[in-house]
Design a protein around this ligand. Sequence first.
Ligand code: HMG
Ligand code: MG
Length: 307
Amino acid sequence: MIESPERVRIVEVGPRDGLQNESGQLSVEDRIAFIERLADAGIRHIEAGSFVSPRWVPSMAGSDQVITGIRRRQDVRYTALTPNLTGLQRAMDAGVREVAVFAAASEAFSQKNINCSIDESMQRFAAVCEAAQQAGVAVRGYVSCAMGCPWQGDVPAREVARVTGLLMDIGCYEVSVGDTIGVGTPRQVQQVLECCMERTDASQLAVHFHDTYGQALANILAALQLGIATVDSSVAGLGGCPYARGASGNVSTEDVIYMLHGMGIETGVDLPALVRTGQWISAQLQRPVQSRVSVATASHSEDGEDP
Ligand code: HMG
Ligand code: MG
């Protein structure tokens, strides 16, 4: 075990992973306001939209208007999901400078999510990476179902490591290892990540946890102890994947930030401003905030205590 990093980079996925599963469509204006509030709260890496088929994921339609509508800040990286060359072209037309491709460690999930096998997806992603590189666009990679699959069950760590290595080989600068359905536990997380680290350096790995079984913070701690310093999360715990039965929200950014700051780890994020953003977006979506820190902060405020 090595010491936890001094600083962690948060990749806020709320405007994409968070909103993609919402049945009520949020207006383009509200999606833009959401992203700007996150940037104002100190988030420096935001997944802002998704250029997938609008027939597959209707809530991400209009991502081009969202991306072109935000007041771009030089110190913020805005990423968008792109499953293929069509998506890359649409993203670049909107002025996106960083995209994400998303593979799976489970054949069954790959078919359900992107309608092709893992190997076929890798060919598509290689073409995306090549075209993106020529245009000077950075590519981030995802490996979904790294701790288990809703359709296939167990997923071997070796397969997670293989797909992670392939994404690095085709030109991703970093791979986010995703527990899409939130079933993993800390020792398993370390085994999977150690397997990935035989081929891919910890500095090129990120973790992406959903909190379905309440394990996400423990799993993040397990990853930090291996030297991983990039964490995906979603404000107010928004999220879920339409093609992963039972996937609940992502780990909430507020709870991650509270834990990291409590451990003396820097993030650059203003927690009270982030809590307000989580409460604002939850009100827009008419759903309760799925963040323990946010709920605790609200009850402190009601008691007149300083949070
Ligand atoms: P397909 O039907 O196999 O694609 O879908 P196709 O190439 O046969 O095209 C069918 C139609 O879609 C055509 O239109 C294409 O032009 C159009 P038509 O001729 O019928 O009118 N099309 C597109 N339109 C807009 N943008 C595009 C695009 N591509 C084709 N990029 C496809 C294949 C990949 C497109 C589809 O399966 C898809 O969009 N899947 C996306 C699923 C998705 O977004 N899932 C959620 C994100 S993954 C996730 O949440 C997990 C993650 O968070 C990690 C974790 O949590 O662990 C990343
Ligand atoms: Mg996710």
